[in-house]
Design a protein around this ligand. Structure first.
Ligand code: AHR
Length: 501
């Protein structure tokens, strides 16, 4: 039997857990919006055309801030197309996903939907094909109370009160050659700085996110962050990180250790931001908005999904509809653990994405909506992780991986909120159960503990239209409290949440 040991001590903390860590992302991509959150003909559709079964699931998921409307989509988007009378809205080519955007759902409709799911709007401006003026126009339209042409237009278009958007992304993945308007770090840094200064001149309260790297494996990684921050340091609040993980070449062992890469990514960006801070002699720190993260089988998009053809621009095609397995959910849970363990500097994050597109929630047109395996670690972590993240002391047996070298079999994070302590843990072993002991002597007297686990003998098991409840959480009956020690058995390839009170 393999073992791992965890010590919890409320005196050793990482930082406050910001609710914005549990954000998500809705892009005009595939069936995320159309046939996802919005399907007027659906039996559960409300008066606004939004699916109530999806609204219920989004609420159950516990999503805080939602980034909108892209993603790659935003780099060719004209926000003006998406407001005003629906019958007059133009149909546009979406070059990012080779689709047609009907603009049936736009800024006002999305804000209405956010009210129904109780989430905060985070907007991205187009710095691909557009610039400072268009960003200012959108900010004025969104945040100025009234008395100007654009703010009165918002009222005429149905929303008297300002949207009051706090979080703004200065473009999307501008380091990526696939991005419309892709730029060098120098050019983007200058444009982002000008845009940020102008936006703050209009509304000093906005929180601004400058684009970092699209992944830690971009050839420009590190240098991109340094150069962009040299131009924008005093103008912005956050730098973004984006990361997607997938099992490659059947190497499940390395895939299960993906959070090692996320840890390294975060720590490298923090080091780079702090280096720029030191060089500039600044007194403020830049935090991370990890505004795209997930498991994504990206090759499937390039090999199967990708749409081409001058006269082939479908509306809401099936794109990026990955089906998530138990192993995917365990990796996903470990990425949440990484975010929690860095909650001093990662103060905002967005799971990419929310419905149908690499999503925890799937829908069928005219049919049901269901929870993918990844739904469960997100919903439970969002519900339980609160207060302060603890700097846990973990010792664990290890295993060898091809990609990351020697890695702990167990990874864990913990939070404490008043009398409630929550522990989130993964077992990466494909072959063995692990007995985890948790020393809670510094926490105070623990009267009871409960645990829920996501695991399956078939690591590839998934929830589907035909079998939507195949995978779920089960109570982990092995958990026991003996004095100041909590013991729990973790099945192979599993994610577990333990609650102590
Ligand atoms: O989330 C899917 C895509 O991944 C986004 O549009 C883009 O920003 C990233 O490359």
């Amino acid at each position: 039997m393999r073992t791992a040991h965890l010590t919890l001590d409320p005196h050793f903390t990482v930082g406050a857990v910001n609710r914005r860590l549990f954000g998500s992302f809705v892009e005009h991509l595939g069936r995320c919006v159309y046939d996802g959150i919005y399907e007027p003909g659906h039996p559960t559709a409300d008066a606004d055309g939004f699916r109530e079964d999806v609204i219920d699931l989004v609420r159950e998921l516990g999503v805080s801030t939602i980034r909108y409307p892209g993603g790659n989509f935003v780099s060719g988007f004209k926000w003006e197309d998406s407001v005003g009378p629906r019958t007059e809205r133009p149909r546009r080519l979406d070059l990012a996903w080779h689709s047609t955007e009907t603009n049936e759902v736009g800024l006002h409709e999305f804000a209405t939907w956010l009210g129904k799911v109780d989430s905060e709007l985070m907007l991205a401006v187009n710095l691909g094909t557009r610039g400072v003026q268009e960003a200012l126009d959108l900010l004025e339209y969104s945040n100025v109370g009234g008395g100007t042409t654009l703010s009165e237009q918002r009222a005429t278009n149905g929303t008297r009160d300002a949207f009051g958007v706090s979080m703004w992304c200065l473009g999307n993945e501008m380091d990526g050659p696939w991005q419309l308007g892709h730029r060098s770090a120098e050019d983007y840094g200058k444009l982002a700085s000008q845009t940020a200064k102008a936006m703050r001149q209009l509304d000093p309260s906005v929180e601004l996110v400058v684009c970092g790297s699209s992944s830690a494996h971009m050839p420009t990684f590190g240098l991109w962050e340094r150069t962009v921050l040299e131009h924008t340091y005093e103008d912005v609040d956050y730098i973004s990180c984006h990361a997607y993980y997938e099992e490659k070449n059947g190497d499940l062992g390395s895939f299960l250790a993906s959070a090692v890469d996320m840890d390294h990514f975060i720590e490298s960006v923090v080091a780079t931001a702090d280096h720029v801070k030191a060089v500039l002699g600044s007194s403020k720190s830049i935090n991370i908005s990890f505004d795209e993260w997930n498991v994504w089988y990206i090759d499937r998009y390039h090999e199967v999904d990708k749409i081409e053809g001058l006269d082939n621009w479908p509306v809401a095609p099936r794109l990026l509809e990955d089906k998530y397995s138990v192993a995917d959910a365990v990796v996903f849970g470990s990425l949440l653990i990484s975010l929690l363990n860095h909650s001093d500097r990662v103060t905002s994050a967005s799971l990419a994405q929310l419905v149908n597109v690499i999503a925890p929630i799937m829908t069928e047109p005219g049919g049901p909506a269901w929870r993918q395996t990844t739904f469960f670690p997100f919903a439970v972590t969002s519900r339980l992780a609160g207060g302060t993240a603890l700097r846990v002391k973990l010792t664990s047996d290890t295993y060898a991986t091809d990609v990351y070298g020697t890695v702990n079999l167990v990874d864990a994070a913990a939070t404490i909120d008043g009398n409630d302590t929550s522990v989130f843990v993964v077992n990466r072993s494909q072959h063995e159960e692990i007995t985890l002991t948790i020393d809670v002597s510094a926490v105070g007297s623990v009267s009871w503990a409960t645990a829920e686990t996501l695991s399956d003998v078939d690591f590839a098991a998934a929830n589907t239209l035909e079998n939507p409840d195949r995978v779920g959480l089960s109570p982990n009956e092995s958990v026991v409290v003996e004095g100041t020690t909590v013991t729990v058995t973790l099945p192979p390839v599993s994610w577990t949440a333990i609650t102590l009170s």
